[in-house]
Structure formats: C-alpha cells, structure tokens
Design a binder for this molecule. Structure first.
Ligand code: ZN
Ligand code: MN
Length: 129
C-alpha cells in the first residue's frame, strides 16, 4: 500500500512536470502537488525528484544560482538562464552534434553528448528596464 501510494505520487510529479515549460524548483512542485496529495511532504517530493532524475525520466538542471530546477522534457535541448529574474527557458534550436564530435577530437575517451546553459537577460527583463 505504501509503495503504491508513493509511486502514485511519483507519477503525479512526473505528470506535473510534463505540463510545465518553466522548469520548476522542488518547492514549486511541492506547492502544486499538495492540492492532489494534502499529506505529501517536501522530503517525499525531493526524494521522488531525485529518483526520477536518476532513472532518466526527468532532467535535473543545476543552474549555478539558487535551487535545482526540474524538466519533464528529457530530449536533449539547450537552456537559457536570465541573470536578472533567474528564469530558465528552453532554446528552440537543435543541439549541435558537431560540437560533441569536435570535442571528441580533443579528448582521450568517449563523449556521449554535451549540455549547454546560455546566460543573459530575458525578453521580459529587457522590456522592464
Ligand atoms: Zn529575466
Ligand atoms: Mn527544458
């Protein structure tokens, strides 16, 4: 029973992330899941997010500023981080396999791929300033 309940919550966390494109933090996931699971704890949310990212069903984004963010889209894609409001957005462009190939020429081993975070000011922050 306990296992079933926990996997229902895990499934709900994954489904919630699939509906979002703003890469929520664990706290935001927790706030939203409480509607459906009033007894869910922040610890449970953290554990399930860690598990889901370990098994590759979601992506964990460590942005270097503030809390980790989570992404229901596991297809390789690039991210942008705003230095003003710290929003994390997807870049609508193909990932560059040529970059991994080029890096491989300078690396004694096997490269599987690469991640990239672009930094700057988002459109909304530019309009506000
Ligand atoms: Zn911004
Ligand atoms: Mn993303």
């Amino acid at each position: 029973m306990r296992t079933l309940k926990h996997s229902r919550q895990r499934e709900a966390i994954k489904e919630f992330l699939m509906t979002r494109t703003d890469h929520p933090t664990a706290d935001i996931v927790y706030d939203n899941l409480r509607n459906e699971f009033p007894n869910i704890s922040l610890g449970t949310v953290y554990r399930n997010l860690a598990l889901l990212s370990e098994i590759g069903e979601i992506q964990k984004l460590t942005t270097g500023t503030g809390a980790d963010r989570f992404d229901g889209n596991i297809n390789p894609h690039y991210h942008f981080i705003c230095k003003e409001c710290h929003c994390v957005q997807d870049l609508k462009m193909d990932t560059m396999d040529a970059l991994t190939e080029e890096a491989s020429k300078h690396f004694d081993g096997k490269l599987d791929g690469h991640l990239a975070y672009f930094y700057g000011t988002c459109g909304d922050c530019i309009k506000k300033s």
